[in-house]
Design a protein around this ligand. Structure first.
Ligand code: HEM
Length: 534
């Protein structure tokens, strides 16, 4: 498998979901080491709760009509008995702030399954994005432990799984977590009982069952009616369970069925290709007007990923080849190059700037530990002549050891800076603590080249998944107009427009509409890019 070579700027969804899966520590941190949710001991592990949430969201898929599936409708369905359990709301809360307009709750629930199994030493489940969030509840019908085998078989068939796959999928799911007394007080006696002695992933759920040593409450509960796992596991005289006693068969079967589970979506939804880690990832390119001089400031980054050769699981669990084995080299230099946009200031070999900061991305939670990857992010902040500006850029990595330089230039064409007529001005935009210090107030300033007719409307659309802190956790989207800002003196050929101070958001898209009908925009500007001033 070769790492994906995507055209830059990458499609938002691939760019962002690659980050959430392989880099972002937020989800990895919650399920770190497959640990129990702290501090409530009647609670399960977050990893188990994420997997159950995903199954319950998906379980009402109807293969006949192609409706339902992993579509986030579960967030409107938690008042149903079949979806009992505190872990459901807690899990949705884990995911909520990571929602974007292109990565909905359904994709996050699916990524949760991938990250959960990784955190619990399970197999790597290939992930595709592109699920579409339902806007209301769907039909009910999640299996419940008091139901009979015929009902279970019928329900799994509707979900797209045959009788053998039903047995395996339940075993693959009930590797993690267990049963809470608050939810099923006739099944367990203690506050919380695990399905399995071992909390992390392995196939003792199968072997203990076959040995008759299992403590799985859904097999061994004193309440016979609630022994749903027993009814399912024994439904083919243990033929399937015996085959799953092989660890290799178990791993392959679970990878396959869990992948199918998260890819079960309404029939009109098309998923992306499998999202794999990018070896070289180029960050967003932003131009701002300098605060001090008449120059422009250009910021971007290059992330170089490598599989750590000493990572023990690379060879057995990693479905991808080692993409790079890059030992640390103190002599290595990484350089940014760029070409002019108009006129000439840069030499023919391009203007250049050295790295301004190199940051090793540590394994936060199971973030970059996914697939045993490590990465370094090289950040650049270059001063660019405001008259000649910048048209495209590229990078060179030189090990200074006689080996050939590595040129990262988008397959030869360079990374194009689309336009410099409308810029979100990071130098003039800021977040500041509001009067009530729990609130941060943001002012966004954009710079518009004054050589052209002025825009008829300048606005940003903010995306706020933070404020709605209760079910169904649907983000708020707001449009905020920007007005000509006379407090900032025009310079470097630009005039400035600003928003009034506003509250929470995780990112915004900025747009300028011009009289002649054309529109310029800057998309997905994230709050962490905006400096905090006190
Ligand atoms: C006939 C089908 C199934 C039945 C009747 C069933 C029943 C149950 C019950 C009663 C619990 C305890 C929940 C609680 O205490 O709140 C549970 C937990 C769980 N189920 Fe299932 N389940 C089924 C299928 C599945 C499948 C297919 C998966 C995933 C592939 C799955 C994943 C889980 C997980 C991970 C937990 C643990 C949750 C936690 O620890 O918080 N289940 N299941």
């Amino acid at each position: 498998v070769t790492p994906i070579q995507l055209h830059w700027p990458y499609p938002n969804i691939i760019d962002y979901e690659e980050e959430v899966l392989y880099e972002n520590g937020i989800l990895g941190g919650v399920v770190f080491n497959c640990a129990r949710r702290f501090p409530d001991t009647s609670n399960s592990t977050a990893s188990a709760q994420w997997v159950r949430l995903a199954y319950h969201d998906m379980a009402t898929h109807d293969i006949q009509t192609g409706t339902g599936g992993l579509d986030g409708s579960i967030r409107f369905e938690l008042d149903r008995g079949e979806n009992i359990g505190r872990g459901m709301t807690l899990s949705l809360r884990d995911f909520r702030t990571l929602q974007t307009a292109f990565t909905g709750m359904a994709d996050l629930i699916a990524m949760g399954v991938v990250i959960a199994y990784q955190a619990c030493d399970g197999p790597f489940i290939p992930y595709r994005g592109g699920r579409v969030d339902a806007i209301a509840a769907g039909p009910s019908g999640v299996p419940e432990p008091q139901q009979d085998l015929e009902t279970f078989t019928e329900k799994f068939k509707n979900q797209g799984f045959n009788a053998t796959e039903m047995i395996a999928l339940v075993a693959c799911g009930h590797v993690l977590g267990g049963v809470r007394k608050d939810d099923f007080d006739t099944v367990v006696e203690k506050d919380f009982e695990f399905f399995n002695q071992v909390q992390t992933y392995d196939n003792t759920i199968v072997t203990d069952y076959l040995d008759d040593t299992t403590e799985n409450p859904l097999v061994a509960s004193r309440n016979q009616t609630m022994r749903s796992d027993l009814r399912i596991f024994s439904s083919d005289n243990n033929v399937t369970m015996e085959s799953l006693a092989s660890r290799q068969v178990f791993d392959e079967t679970c990878t396959n069925l869990l992948e199918r589970m998260i890819n079960t979506v309404p029939k009109d939804v098309t998923l992306t290709e499998v999202i794999e880690p990018m070896q070289y990832k180029v960050g967003p390119a932003r131009l701002s007007v300098s605060n001090e001089t008449d120059d422009l400031v250009f910021t971007t980054w290059l992330r170089v990923s490598a599989f750590a050769s000493n990572y023990p699981r690379v060879n057995d669990l990693n479905p991808l080849e080692k993409i790079l084995d890059a030992p640390e080299n103190p002599d290595r230099t990484v350089t940014l190059f760029w070409n002019d946009r108009r006129g000439s200031f840069c030499p023919s070999s391009g203007c250049s700037a050295p790295v301004s900061d190199s940051q090793k991305l540590e394994r936060v939670g199971n973030g970059f530990a996914l697939l045993g990857m490590e990465a370094v992010r090289h950040t650049f902040q270059a001063t660019v002549n405001s008259t000649t500006s910048i048209s495209k850029f590229w990078f060179e990595i030189d090990e200074h050891d006689g080996s050939e330089k590595v040129v990262i230039d988008n397959g030869g064409s360079g990374y194009e800076v689309e336009q410099d007529d409308f810029l979100v001005d990071l130098a003039h935009s800021a977040r500041r603590p509001g009067e009530d210090s729990s609130i941060t107030l943001t002012t966004i300033t954009v710079a518009v080249r004054d050589a052209r007719p002025s825009p008829s409307k300048v606005y940003i659309q903010t995306f706020d998944p933070i404020t709605p802190d209760e079910l169904p956790f649907v983000p708020e989207v707001k449009i905020i107009d920007l007005l000509l800002d006379s407090t900032i003196t025009p310079k470097a050929g630009y005039v400035f427009y600003s928003t009034p101070p506003f509250g929470e958001f995780t990112y915004f898209d900025a747009t300028a509409d011009f009289q002649d009908g054309h529109t310029l925009s800057q998309q997905f500007v994230r709050s962490e890019m905006i400096q905090i001033l006190f």
